[in-house]
Design a protein around this ligand. Structure first.
Ligand code: FAD
Length: 620
């Protein structure tokens, strides 16, 4: 049969992790095969049609800085864009876009279909070809065999997926899609630790049955933010309004009345759900004192009446879902198009992975996305990019790559998962990053695009645009240092109007911009300079926050010296004097590769870290 069977990299699953993984590998010049259940569901959003948000937009922009697809697809499909935390400092600002799910899928599919070196094949992967401790390929449902040096598995919620609505349950990968049963059983034969997790989604509602008249409208921002460093407002489709409503005491009574038929509260579901995206039954249980919960009503797209009521994810029986929905203001006559449900699925302990996301047990087998115990499209996408890159590097016999915690949220995510593991679906927050003033969403390109170019992930157009931007920032920083405003001059008068005190000596524009009353727009006005927004934003942040950023850089240098102190893999912690038994046990289990990683293990105290350091120095 004249069909290609030998590849450099095979990716299983065309969700958010799989699409970024196969694109990364193909961008790096590797002959890459994507095997997925259904070409129609490439880039499908299983739950909320939205990309970004707090902590998550940082990941989207990092994917973008490394040449990935998610941010560009969001710009082509976003029907409402906002900056969350806009009034707070730049470290925690986060762009969020409501997306048209059909346009999003189309943008992802277009990118995949036009990516050189990438073959797409609609087939379930049922088995892995493993010889000794080495993966060699994949066997599909039709019995076809494909071979590669590296295989990336990104099966999402599909491995032995079980869907629950009330006390009814059935096998499924997500509503409307088959589960991956054969592959799940095969994986259980391999020396990998498997557990179950759970997630859920709300019922979807027909907009024609909703009374919007009493609801709070919520428009996007003006000026509208853009997600990709290579995107523009001109890419955005028509924009839509969202609305806000609330649950009430009646809603809560209906939910309490249905808990005996809830799969979560009757013990049918064993898997742990996402703490930060709880079901409505969880919310009324955990926050029993609250008399209402917010519900964001979000359109699913431009060409559908379907609405996503964000905040009422549920797996209660359908009759309870209908009653609870109809008890909410605006939804009195709501028609449910799709019921809400919960899904339980297999995930693998991420502590069994290397930093490249290659499994420790099977060489050449990489895991990414929801199967590593995470939740969210953005978390999945960034992992896919990492695993796809490392799968390609392995196929090229090159060393693996992973950014550090001080370089990227991707580094934070990988390090958290590998060092600490996870017992509940892991999602990203800015609070997880200790160097968040340096890891902002606005500077992901300045942090990562150089690295991406070296790896072969960044194309010429992005590289050129990036270099032009970087040069413009340096030139403007220089100009501000060298341009002086004389006391009594016309320019000084303009400044005095803003700061309400006279300028008694000459100041550089750089020094003036440090003053809290002034922003870059005031400074640019007096010198009649018009810069690209992305450039002026960097100039302003680098000058205004210089003190804090410098201090964080010093912390980073300290971290780097601890990262450079390697702990031998077979270190017997019993011989390190002074460590408590508890610390010894934790270190023996986690096997941290460096002193810095040891320090991040909960329960490993600063005193224990000092003892380890003394031991390492003595050992030489
Ligand atoms: P997926 O997007 O699930 O993609 C997996 C892909 O692999 C699919 O295309 C599938 O067809 C394919 N596949 C699987 N097995 C095989 C096989 N053997 N052969 C070939 N192809 C295969 N995230 C949140 O952040 N918040 C939420 O509230 C939330 N709720 C959710 C509710 C539900 C019901 C579901 C299903 C998901 C929810 N998510 C939520 C999670 C979000 O959808 C995932 O985090 C994200 O989609 C994970 O991306 P992924 O690429 O790992 O997997």
């Amino acid at each position: 049969m004249d069909y290609p069977t030998r590849f450099d990299v095979i990716v299983i699953g065309g969700g958010h992790a799989g699409t970024e993984a196969c694109l990364a590998s193909a961008r790096m010049g590797m002959k890459t095969l994507l095997l997925t259940h259904n070409v129609e569901t490439l880039g499908q959003m299983s739950c909320n049609p939205a990309i970004g948000g707090i902590g998550k937009s940082h990941l989207v922009k990092e994917i973008d800085a490394l040449g990935g697809a998610m941010a560009l697809a969001t710009d082509k499909s976003g029907i409402q864009f906002r900056v969350l935390n806009a009034r707070k400092g730049p470290a925690v600002r986060a762009t969020r876009a409501q997306a048209d799910r059909i346009l999003y899928k189309a943008a992802i599919r277009y990118t995949l279909e036009n990516q050189p070196n990438l073959w797409i094949f609609q087939q379930a992967a049922d088995d892995l070809i493993v010889t000794g401790d080495q993966v060699e390929g994949v066997i599909t449902q039709m019995g076809l065999k494909f071979f590669a040096q590296s295989v990336v598995l990104t099966a999402g919620t599909f491995l032995a997926g079980k869907i629950h609505i009330g006390l009814e349950n059935y096998s499924g990968g997500r509503a409307g899609d088959p589960p991956a049963i054969a592959l799940a059983s095969r994986l259980r034969e391999l020396p990998l630790r498997v557990e179950r997790l759970k997630t859920g989604t709300p019922p979807r509602i027909d907009a024609r049955s909703v009374d919007f008249s009493g609801l709070e409208p919520q428009w996007g921002d003006d000026p509208r933010p853009v997600m990709s460093y290579m995107g523009s407002r001109a890419d955005h489709p028509e924009q839509r309004c969202c609305y806000i409503t609330y649950t009430n005491e009646k809603t809560h009574d209906i939910i309490r009345g249905g808990l005996d038929r809830s799969p979560m509260y009757s013990g049918v579901i064993k898997g742990v759900g996402p703490r930060y995206c709880p079901s409505i039954e969880d919310k009324i249980h955990r926050f029993a004192d609250k008399d209402k919960h917010q519900v964001f009503i979000e359109p699913e797209g431009l060409t559908t009446h379907e609405l996503y009521p964000n905040g009422i994810s549920t797996s209660l029986p359908f009759d309870v879902q209908l009653n609870l929905v109809r008890s909410i203001a605006g939804f009195e006559n709501a028609h449910i198009i799709r019921p809400g449900y919960a899904i339980e699925y297999d995930y693998f302990n991420p502590q069994d992975l290397n930093y490249s996301f290659e499994t420790k047990a099977i060489a050449g087998l990489f895991f990414a996305g929801q199967i590593n115990g995470t939740t969210g499209y953005e978390e999945a996408g960034v992992q896919g990019l990492l695993a796809g890159t490392n799968a390609a590097l392995r196929a090229q016999n090159k060393p693996a790559w992973c950014p550090g915690r001080e370089q990227a949220y991707l580094g934070v995510l990988v390090d958290d998962l590998i060092t600490l593991g996870t017992q509940e679906p892991y999602r990203m927050f800015t609070s997880r990053a200790e160097y968040r003033l340096v890891l902002r969403e606005d500077n992901a390109d300045l942090r990562l695009t150089d690295m991406g170019r070296d790896l072969g992930l960044v194309d010429d157009a992005r590289w050129q645009a990036f270099n032009e931007k970087r040069e413009a920032i340096t030139l403007e920083q220089q100009r501000l240092k060298e341009t002086w405003v004389q006391a009594g001059s016309e320019q000084a008068k303009k400044i005095e109007q803003k700061i309400a005190t006279p300028l008694t000596r000459e100041y550089s524009l750089h020094d003036l911009l440090k003053r809290p009353e002034l922003v870059y727009a005031d400074i640019s006005q007096i010198s009649d300079i018009k810069l690209d927004e992305a450039v002026s934003e960097q100039v302003e942040i680098s000058i205004k926050y210089a003190g804090y950023i410098d201090r964080q850089q010093e912390d980073i240098e300290r971290l780097r010296s601890n990262e450079a102190m390697l702990l031998p893999e077979n270190l017997d912690y019993a011989v390190v004097d002074g460590l408590s038994n508890e610390v010894r046990q934790k270190l023996t289990e986690a096997k941290p590769q460096t002193l810095a990683r040891a320090a991040r293990i909960p329960g490993v105290t600063p005193a224990a870290v000092s003892l380890l350091m003394i031991y390492l120095k003595k050992r030489g």
